[in-house]
Ligand binder design. Sequence first.
Ligand code: ADP
Ligand code: MG
Length: 231
Amino acid sequence: MLAVLKAEDLGRIYESGLIFKKRHVALQGISLEMEAGKTLGLMGVSGSGKTTLGKILAGLERPSCGKVFFAGKDLRSMSGREYAAFRRAVQMVFQDPEGSLNPQKSIEQSIHEVLELLKIPGREWQDRTEEMLDMVGLSEELLCRYPSQISGGQCQRVALGRVLLLRPQAIILDEPTSALDISVQAQILNLLKYLQRDLGLAFLLISHQPEVIRFMAHDTIILEGGRTSII
Ligand code: ADP
Ligand code: MG
């Protein structure tokens, strides 16, 4: 099966210092494939390059070397239109659920922001919002509240729902449940599994918790100092 996302020999070097340049190799020689309906687990201690890799795969950061392919096509040889389609199809969800929502906007405003961006006609907003809330298991009562007025688990559901409005094919989940209580973690992981089955999503699940990876991942890679380590 054609991989949704494929990375070939990725590297990322950060440079610092004005005169005496210091080079820090954050990633080196990383190759991987993400398939529809499958979860690739990504483990590694803090600083091993997990977030950097996730951002490169989501197009939020550029690699220093190596290639990323979306639906078989090298990102660097894409037209503007193709690249825009890739950026929409591959989304990233971060650890801090409250921080990923605008504190000044009600949940409804946060959702409408995405619908506006997608140029969805206003008459469809209510249906699209209801459909999305249903998908992530939230009730409409939440719409008038602000991120600080709902729980961490509910914030993460809203963050996921906003991403789902874009109808993505792949989601990079960067420690999506690490900030949540154990019981809420389990609920969110089950929701992710359900969404994956229902929508055929490809996940890259970044976690430092082996039990989370065991529960979710079909395959796993471990990063050590920016390199893949053999299990
Ligand atoms: P992880 O998510 O596994 O904790 P990161 O990908 O955040 O690791 O970071 C990997 C390494 O790259 C770390 O040593 C970090 O300090 C460095 N790094 C990450 N982002 C930057 C940046 N923007 N500039 C310089 N160094 C960075
Ligand atoms: Mg990280």
